[in-house]
Design a protein. Structure first.
Length: 87
């Protein structure tokens, strides 16, 4: 299993967009909604579940699909939704 850490190469926005279908599938499988792509390639998701278990699973699966670290945040943090279109 691939292990990704913040120090790994971060995926560019274009790389993330190229894998949009697979990323949407993983997000839906984890029960995450409203997946968005931020200007810097980060994914923004809505999660009603307590904790970050689903978000962490999405981050791991996304890194495996894209082949680089993807920063995944929830939409309840300040500035998360600024000019972030749906993926």
């Amino acid at each position: 299993m691939m292990r990704s850490v913040v120090g790994d190469r971060k995926a560019a926005r274009e790389e993330v967009r190229a894998h949009a279908e697979g990323l949407r599938w993983i997000a839906a499988d984890q029960g995450l909604a409203e997946i968005q792509l931020r200007y810097d390639g980060a994914l923004i998701v809505h999660d009603d579940a307590p904790g970050y278990h689903q978000v962490n699973r999405l981050a791991l699966g996304a890194a495996q699909i894209v082949g680089a670290y993807l920063h995944v945040i929830t939409d309840d943090v300040p500035g998360a939704r600024a000019d972030s279109p749906a993926l």
